[in-house]
Design a protein around this ligand. Structure first.
Ligand SMILES: CC(C)(COP(=O)(O)OP(=O)(O)OC[C@H]1O[C@@H](n2cnc3c(N)ncnc32)[C@H](O)[C@@H]1OP(=O)(O)O)[C@@H](O)C(=O)NCCC(=O)NCCS
Length: 186
């Protein structure tokens, strides 16, 4: 179960010092490094959503960035944007040596909570077809595959699977997950 303290017994040191918060300007370099290292690469140039850390980022007020910080270092990031009652997650990355400890799940959980507070009704995102880890993560939160974008990604070229979550009628059991009390949420 995501967010359950069991997830973090794998690494007590991580659990004791993990902070989830909104990013600030001082985090940009760390976020860039995280996304580069995650090698999400990326949307095909003609479909690019733009580099969220460049000028487009600073001008796009609807973009929200949540980070997870451990020991003063940003180790995970989730970026999303809202248009009306719809939201899109367009970046999610956890530093490789901090994966499988529940951090990605907690970021998604936190995003869903924020999105609901902002009256989001539906969430969309794309995942590389071969990205089993991300697909499993999103499925755990109730996302379903609703389509495919051929050759959406490059380096290497690959289809994207479209994932969708509809809050309407959904029992938001993920929102009742007990966040480990050692975590700080700002
Ligand atoms: C995908 C990613 C964000 C997951 O982050 P994480 O912190 O390791 O995920 P969690 O520990 O919270 O795992 C939550 C669930 O995701 C799924 N999952 C995570 N990693 C997985 C893996 N390597 N294989 C299969 N399932 C996996 C599991 O269902 C897991 O639940 P479980 O631990 O009960 O089995 C991380 O692997 C990552 O940064 N990958 C590179 C970037 C990327 O692919 N981003 C997604 C782009 S859409």
């Amino acid at each position: 179960m995501l967010g359950d303290s069991q997830s973090f017994k794998k690494n007590t040191q991580t659990a004791n010092s993990c902070i989830f918060r909104e990013s600030g300007a001082a985090d940009l370099a760390a976020i860039e490094r995280l996304l580069r290292d995650a090698n999400l690469s990326f949307h095909a140039p003609n479909q690019s959503k733009g580099n969220p850390h460049g000028s487009a980022f600073s001008q796009t007020r609807s973009i929200h960035t949540q980070v997870c910080e451990i020991g003063g270092e940003v180790v995970a990031v989730l970026q999303w944007r809202q248009v009306g009652e719809e939201a899109e997650i367009f970046e999610l990355a956890v530093e490789s040596n901090h994966r499988r400890r529940g951090i990605g799940g907690l970021l998604v959980e936190r995003f869903l909570s924020l999105a609901r507070e902002r009256d989001v009704k539906e969430v969309f995102l794309e995942v590389r077809e071969s990205n089993a880890a991300a697909a499993a993560l999103y499925r755990k939160f109730g996302f379903i595959v609703t389509g495919r974008r051929p050759n959406y990604y490059c380096d290497p070229q690959e289809d994207a699977l479209l994932f969708h979550l509809n809050f309407k009628g959904l029992v938001p059991k993920y929102l009742s997950y007990p966040i480990d009390s050692t975590f700080t949420q700002r």
